[in-house]
Design a protein around this ligand. Structure first.
Ligand SMILES: [Zn+2]
Ligand SMILES: [Zn+2]
Ligand SMILES: [Zn+2]
Length: 161
């Protein structure tokens, strides 16, 4: 079945990705999303960073003609298809991080702790640290759990010395 590319500008055709596209295509295909240059560019940025990224940070790293609405839609579609999960903090900033294996269009499994540097705001997944099971009072139904550790990242520790 053909997907109609109504959401994408002509730039995705003209723009050269300049990176190995095959792994990106495979990642997208695994989620059922069609490969486009723009989706590939956004995904590549997440692969190059081990931290969670905000839309504003992504905008700075993407080519200047990459429009905001397209980026917004790409992030939402990646989240909906199990490629990215949201990382929230008390400042209300939304960051996105790559999902590990096991997330899909139907279900995310990102019940891990996140770390945020209180100096530079660098935020990363701690996939090996699971959020503990919390027994709720009788009658309460579990929905979702988020656990954010605040601290100082190694770069900021060094620069403060
Ligand atoms: Zn996920
Ligand atoms: Zn830091
Ligand atoms: Zn995470």
């Amino acid at each position: 079945m053909m997907e109609i590319p109504v959401l994408f500008s002509i730039f995705e055709i003209e723009e050269s990705l300049g990176v190995e596209e095959a792994p990106l295509k495979d990642m997208l295909r695994g989620t059922g999303l069609r490969y486009t240059k723009q989706r590939g560019e956004v995904l590549q940025l997440f692969r190059e960073h081990d931290t969670a990224l905000t839309q504003a940070e992504l905008e700075k790293m993407l080519p200047s003609q990459f429009d905001r609405i397209t980026l917004y839609r790409i992030l939402r579609s990646f989240e909906a298809s199990g490629l990215l999960h949201k990382v929230l903090d008390d400042s209300g900033t939304t960051r996105f991080a790559l999902c590990r294996t096991g997330c899909s269009e139907h279900e995310h499994h990102d019940e891990h702790v996140h770390f945020r540097c209180s100096s530079c705001s660098k935020t990363l997944c701690l996939p090996e640290v699971a959020i503990p099971d919390v027994k709720l009072p009788k009658g309460y139904v579990f929905g979702d759990a988020k656990l954010l550790i605040d601290g100082i990242c190694p770069e900021c520790v060094i620069s403060s010395n």
